[in-house]
Design a protein around this ligand. Structure first.
Ligand code: FAD
Length: 337
């Protein structure tokens, strides 16, 4: 395990987790952010990047992805350690400090934890295929990190939404052939994209395999030999491909958080509104995951909770110091050396 010392660990790099880096940084507190997604921004990046948000103070409207980019810029001076593609799994308390293990074998040592985990860890919805894990990250991928891997290859892409359609169109430029699989005749993707898919079928770049259900993936040592599909009458169709990209959307799950001995109410973490502290000393919760009377699940509420929790962390990080409240207009941007 790789040890990473910091003052405060922030679990979740959604808008609220990102702004927490700023609030902590202004108090001279170092932080480390962990998210199981491969990019920052939480729901804003994963669910609605192009949608305009109308209730961020001082922005009459701002696209979700632009808000994330601005937050990234705002926290840059504080040089947070950002660990992506890994889930926080286990928390151990040692001498009033914490050791937190991630799924990528990192061990973060922190004095406090701020949980900004939204609805829980985001992960891909996986097709219900037995033994799928032996192919994952070898020949089956739930997102595209390296497009070149698919150059000149035969691909199966499954799903009926925008991600499946957009990637099929994009990868058809460089792949040898794409089988586009969906269990219904009608796709949910944008009408323009659906038209493009059928145009590419005429050009023999894409074969539309609809309506077909996945039956099984056959292969050995993580390599796919073929994918078996069934039509609505149960008739079998075999397709030979090098890679399979199922795009069935994302879902979130509190998962490991349920094991951290925190008081949970309606699947949310109960906090003291005056500090955002959970039922465990030194562990705070803010943003969509926290609950108290009158809680509003909004980004602006989460930003305010970020400030409250950061101030509440101060005495735990610097027990020997007294916190003097100052406006940012007075102190400017704190320099963290
Ligand atoms: P999230 O954005 O959910 O981020 C939490 C992050 O934590 C995720 O990336 C997740 O992967 C990560 N995580 C969870 N558990 C773990 C773990 N164990 N290990 C590692 N990482 C973990 N709000 C508004 O204020 N105005 C709007 O107009 C608005 N419009 C919306 C439109 C849509 C379509 C949706 C879905 C939401 C909208 N919201 C809006 C709500 C807003 O997006 C949320 O309130 C906000 O994203 C909450 O931010 P967060 O940082 O608390 O959590």
């Amino acid at each position: 395990m790789k040890k990473i010392p910091t003052d405060v660990l922030i679990i979740g790099a959604g808008p609220v987790g990102l702004f927490t880096v700023f609030q902590l940084g202004q108090l001279g507190i170092r932080s480390c952010l962990v998210d199981c997604l491969g990019e920052i921004g939480g729901q804003c990046s994963a669910l609605y990047p192009e949608k305009p948000i109308y209730d961020i103070p001082a922005y009459p409207n701002i696209k979700a992805i632009e808000l994330v980019k601005n937050l990234e810029k705002q926290i840059k001076p504080f040089k947070p350690k950002i660990l992506l593609d890994q889930k926080v799994e286990k928390i151990d308390e040692i001498n009033k400090s914490f050791e937190i293990a991630t799924s990528n074998q990192n061990l973060i040592q922190a004095k406090c934890i701020i949980i900004a985990a939204g609805n829980g860890a985001f992960g891909p919805n996986k097709p219900p295929i037995e033994g799928i894990d032996q192919f994952e990250e070898k020949t089956i991928f739930y997102n595209v990190k390296n497009k070149q891997l698919f150059d000149g290859k035969k691909l199966a892409i499954a799903g009926g939404g925008d991600s499946a359609a957009d990637w099929a169109i994009e990868l058809s430029k460089t792949a040898e052939k794409i089988f586009f699989i969906h269990r219904r005749n009608k796709l949910r993707a944008a009408p323009n994209s659906v038209k493009k898919l059928f145009d590419l079928e005429k050009e023999k770049k894409i074969e539309m395999v609809i309506p077909y259900q996945l039956d099984s993936v056959i292969g050995i040592n993580g390599k796919i030999n073929c994918i078996n599909l069934r039509d609505l009458d149960g008739q079998l169709k075999k397709i030979e491909v090098d890679y399979f990209l199922p795009f069935y959307g994302l879902s979130s799950d509190l998962g490991p958080i349920k094991k951290w001995e925190l008081q949970i109410e309606k699947n949310l973490l109960k906090v003291d509104q005056s500090t955002c502290m959970t039922s465990r000393e030194g562990i705070f919760a803010i943003g969509d995951i926290c609950n108290y009377p009158g809680k509003l699940k909004l980004i602006l509420t989460g930003f305010s909770e970020a400030a409250i929790a950061s101030h509440a962390c101060y005495n735990k990080v610097f027990p020997e110091k007294v916190l003097h409240f100052e406006y940012s207009t007075t102190k400017g941007i704190t320099n963290l050396n």
